[in-house]
Design a protein around this ligand. Structure first.
Ligand SMILES: Nc1nc2c(c(=O)[nH]1)N[C@H]1C(S)=C(S)[C@@H](COP(=O)(O)O)O[C@H]1N2
Ligand SMILES: [Mo]
Length: 254
């Protein structure tokens, strides 16, 4: 098959499996067939979606002139969990990002250590499935570089983001996950600055991930831990994220 033929074939397959419905329609996400089709990370649809988008394609980047005057904050905007309030109390001086799981060298880094590493800055558009978009400027540490410092072990398949907030005011914390390969995308960064200022609490202080080819819910805020795993079983409902456990699809690409 030629490249074009292959792409057309994959598009048809994606259509047939419902993947065309993706892209941020929350009413469709309520449909139960749609949900079960897309719920699992390893569903055929997910394979097709990844095949359709070259791994290294960059999301569009914008200029300062394009910045949204106000960048909406959404989901958790002022976490009230005890561990988060404790971090806020001394302005994140005791904050540590823990990198654990299937790594050769588990890491624990404070914000100064993160800031001392090479950084990437990008002006990008954030798309939320609820139907709004904002353009913001983000500065942070490339995720792939951090994972290289920890050294992924053979068998590590997913990168889990553990957060400090709870949307339900209970013991459950927000979490998200991506493929290990996606962590190495050039625009996958752990941002500590937004619009040239220290990241504020509504937008995920002190650290949130930017995955510019993904929908908003994939971009976990208030990150305290990154864990490399082989499977998502045993975490939440096992679907790979807080919203995925409630029916959103795992790929979350745009
Ligand atoms: N920890 C955590 N991360 C989160 C959320 C959340 O509630 N908690 N909401 C998600 C959703 S749905 C969106 S659209 C974005 C919102 O990011 P913003 O507040 O910077 O606009 O964060 C995502 N990451
Ligand atoms: Mo969102």
């Amino acid at each position: 098959m030629s490249g074009n033929e292959r792409r057309r074939f994959l598009e048809k397959l994606a259509l047939a499996s419902g993947a065309v419905l993706l892209g941020g329609c929350d009413r469709l996400a309520e449909n139960s067939t749609f949900k079960s089709l897309l719920a699992t990370a390893d569903a055929p649809t997910d394979f097709v979606l990844h095949a359709l988008t070259p791994e290294d394609a960059l999301a569009q980047e914008f200029t300062e002139a394009d910045l949204s005057p106000v960048f909406k904050a959404n989901g958790s905007i002022n976490p009230q969990t005890p561990e988060y309030l404790a971090m806020v109390a001394n302005d994140f001086a005791d904050y540590r990002l823990k990198i654990s799981g299937l790594v050769k060298t588990p890491l624990s880094l404070d914000l100064a250590e993160l800031r001392a590493l090479p950084s990437r800055t990008q002006i990008t558009r954030h798309d939320c499935v609820e139907g709004w978009s904002c353009i913001g400027k983000w500065k942070g540490t490339p995720l792939g570089r951090l994972l290289d410092m920890a050294g992924p072990q053979d068998g590590a398949k997913y990168v889990l983001f553990h957060c400090a907030d709870s949307l339900d005011n209970n013991d459950q914390r927000y979490y998200e996950s991506i493929y290990l390969a996606e962590a190495y995308h050039p625009q996958s960064i752990l941002a500590y600055e937004m619009n040239d200022k220290t990241l504020d609490i509504p937008h995920g202080a002190p650290l949130r991930v930017r995955l510019e080819r993904k929908l908003g819910y994939k971009m976990a805020k208030y990150i305290v831990g990154i864990e490399l795993v082989q499977s998502m079983a045993g975490l939440g409902a096992g679907k790979g994220g807080y919203w995925e456990d409630r029916g959103y699809q795992w790929h979350g690409g745009i």
